[in-house]
Design a protein around this ligand. Structure first.
Ligand code: CA
Length: 705
């Protein structure tokens, strides 16, 4: 029985009961969140990840405005119990805030006072980290009926009783425990819970699936890439897609994972979702050829009730740059050629802002919103990019300095759209990345399946090169007009990976920065009006709600995620980063304060003397680049979240490193054994590389340039 049937039955029962003089039944609101609530409201509640079905992240509340935002203060805060990246947007219903945190834990607070009502820990095995590209993050929960839904990092979809925090059901929904993980927020459509998975850097076949909200039974599953033809294709869409692949693509899964955006439009009854890169990144690895590799790096629309294919629009054919089309998909009614039209708006990693017809997927317009050097532009009729030959690095055999790089011009950090200003507020990144094909790579038994040579292009131990790279790596809050496809205004930031945005009826845009401030700007001009020192870099997006005539703004604080983990010398480009994970809640006239943080200690490098051979260093560099750099940082320089191995005491001991890398001694921390791909001799080569790198950087700090 779906929730609507339940409600109907309940309503009939209530009428009967009242008629017979029985005690008054509780009102329907005790049944929790309904389809009608999800479809609209006055903005007092924030019931779904993107704020509404349209995912505009626009709060119509007007109490906090450009006139009085200066009086905004901290109403309450809650310290979280992990020190990893916090990416979730809190939800608020019936006076309770529901929020997921790192490791897919869920907490419920009294939204007015901050009192903790309950907490739920799915106890994700910590070794799951080894099959996740980008930290133990979770972007949020879904609410429906009397349940809270969370996707756990290890691949479970879990329903929790929203009143008690008790687990109601839990289903493992990914095909294996090697390649797939869940970081995204589930969404609700007609009584179904929708979720996909991450994994296109491992060996994953992308999918989105729908589950019965009451029972967790799977109702439909749409794969984003075709499987092995020998097994037969599930539908016509897969049959057509197979014609765009070469070689034995299924051997690597194909990729195209649905790790973030899912948007349901009741108007079209379509579910739109973004798909990740083709796999491996380097198409030569599995002889994928120059086919489009459908439906990777695309927006795909399927019927919400059946999962049947409706349309697709591929933003990045033959995606070998990790341009994932997974960024938030926003629906809106905007002017196209002088008439109002229902459109899909998208700003994916590849650097182009797209406007598509919501019903048909027809390309309406597209423009660069950051510097782009992989394509000369888009075909004005079809929107297909004109890929430049130098960008096909596996064919040239040369390094391609791609702009954007894998981090993207804009990625999962949520954007917001104000129907009042008509502007989209996008946290953008100006980043580049060197792409170099690994000619030898044919796949590895565990870990990343990119087919790139990361060791050879690691940042050199050179102050000038590092300073130049840091200077060229920036971010901004960009206000973009989707009608004219032009910039309205921007606020520059020293680094990328700033937080998601919230637009409000008070003509405000709220955003947290990588540098650790929570700010409010005037939505029409970009003028900064307010700022709060949050003590920790912010990557998540804020939300707003109202209780007892008071408007609140809430945000999850806690630096982490991909940028911190693998960009080495660039990880701290916004300033010294640290993780102090907290939920902060603000209202007008409040004057709460945070405890003084401990001072940031500058760690001095004190490595053992280098006694290895240059051959070991070269081998160690290559193995580190392939297996270690994704979490411990480019050139062995780590950000704030994972251990910086140049500082590790373990590098003094051959045995200690072997016990960790091969023996799995730190498995409980997420550092699993790599014995399937790294021998004891390799581990020693990595150790010598780390000692060499630590000594190089120690010398750099002593030498003025
Ligand atoms: Ca990807």
């Amino acid at each position: 029985m779906n929730i609507r049937n339940t409600l109907a039955a309940f309503a009939i029962f209530s009428l009967t009961a009242c008629g017979s003089g029985a005690p008054q039944q509780p009102s329907l609101t005790t049944e929790g969140v309904t389809d009608a609530m999800l479809a609209g409201g006055n903005g007092d509640e924030w019931l779904t990840y993107g704020g509404s079905y349209e995912e505009q992240r626009f709060s119509p509340l007007t109490q906090i405005s450009v006139e009085n935002v200066g009086a905004l203060g901290l109403a309450w805060y809650s310290d979280l119990d992990t020190g990893r990246g916090q990416e979730a947007t809190p939800l608020m219903h019936n006076g309770t805030i529901y929020v997921s945190t790192a490791w897919s834990m869920v907490k419920a607070y009294d939204a007015k006072t901050g009192a903790l009502k309950w907490e739920y820990d799915p106890e994700v095995p910590r070794e799951t980290l080894s099959r996740v590209c980008c930290d133990a993050v979770n972007r949020g929960v879904a609410l429906y009926g009397d349940k809270v839904y969370v996707g756990a990092l290890d691949g479970r979809l879990i329903a929790i009783d929203s009143n008690t925090g008790r687990e109601v059901w839990s289903k493992m929904i990914v095909p294996d425990q090697v390649s797939y993980a869940i970081t995204g927020a589930p969404r609700i459509a007609n009584g179904k819970v929708l979720i996909g998975s991450a994994g296109a850097e491992f060996r994953a076949r992308g999918f989105i699936a729908a589950f019965d909200a009451q029972t967790g039974n799977e109702l439909w599953r749409f794969h984003t890439v075709p499987g092995n033809p020998i097994d037969g294709f599930e539908n016509d869409a897969m049959k057509k897609a197979a014609k765009t692949w070469g070689g034995d693509w299924w051997e690597f899964g194909g990729g195209g994972t649905v790790w973030d955006s899912i948007t349901f439009d009741p108007g079209t009854n379509l579910v739109y979702f973004g798909t990740g890169n083709a796999e491996p990144w380097n198409p030569k690895t599995n002889d994928r050829g120059l086919g489009d590799a459908l439906y990777t790096s695309s927006i795909v629309a399927v019927d919400a009730d059946t999962g049947d294919y409706a349309w697709h629009f591929q933003e990045t054919p033959e995606d070998r740059w990790d341009f994932d089309s997974n960024a938030q998909i926003t629906i809106g009614d905007i002017e196209v050629d002088g008439a109002k039209r229902r459109v899909v708006m998208h700003a994916p990693k590849n650097g182009f802002f797209y406007v598509l017809d919501a019903k048909t997927g027809e390309f309406l317009s597209g423009e660069k919103f950051v510097a782009v050097n992989w394509a000369s532009g888009l075909d004005p009729k079809t929107g297909r990019p004109d890929i430049l030959p130098e960008a096909r690095y596996e064919l040239t055999g040369e390094v391609f300095i791609g702009s954007p790089g894998l981090y993207g011009g804009h990625t999962w950090h949520p954007m917001s759209f104000s129907p009042l200003s008509g502007l989209m507020y996008i946290p953008i990144n100006n980043t580049v990345m060197p792409y170099l094909a690994d000619e030898e790579f044919t796949g590895t038994e565990m870990g990343g399946q990119m087919g790139l040579d990361f060791g050879s292009v690691a940042m050199p131990a050179n102050k000038k090169a590092r300073a130049e790279a840091r200077k060229a790596t920036t971010g901004a809050l960009l206000a973009w007009d989707p009608v004219t496809q032009k910039e309205a205004w921007r606020v520059p930031y020293p680094g990328p990976s700033n937080g998601g945005t919230l637009a409000t009826g008070g003509n405000l845009v709220f955003q947290g920065t990588a540098g650790g401030e929570f700010r409010a700007y005037a939505a029409d001009t970009g003028k900064q009006l307010w700022s709060f020192p949050a003590q920790s870099g912010i990557i998540a997006a804020p939300m707003s709600y109202a209780i007892d005539t008071e408007q609140y703004v809430a945000i999850l604080v806690g630096w982490g995620g991909l940028w911190d983990m693998n960009t080495g010398v660039l990880a701290n480009v916004s300033g010294p980063s640290r993780n102090i994970s907290r939920l902060l809640v603000f209202k007008l006239g409040a004057d709460g304060t945070l405890p003084e943080p401990l001072p940031l200690n500058k760690r001095v490098l004190d490595p053992p003397a280098f006694k290895g051979s240059e051959d070991q260093v070269a081998r160690g560099n290559a193995i580190y680049g392939l297996n270690c750099g994704g979490c411990h940082g480019d050139a062995a320089i780590s950000g704030a979240i994972n251990p910086d191995l140049r500082h590790s005491g373990a590098i003094a001991s051959e045995e200690a490193i072997r016990e960790i890398v091969v023996g799995g001694a730190l498995k409980h921390n997420g550092m699993v054994s790599f014995k399937r791909v790294i021998t004891a001799e390799d581990a020693e080569a990595i150790r010598q590389y780390l000692i060499k790198r630590a000594n190089e950087d120690k010398a750099l700090e002593l030498t003025a340039e």
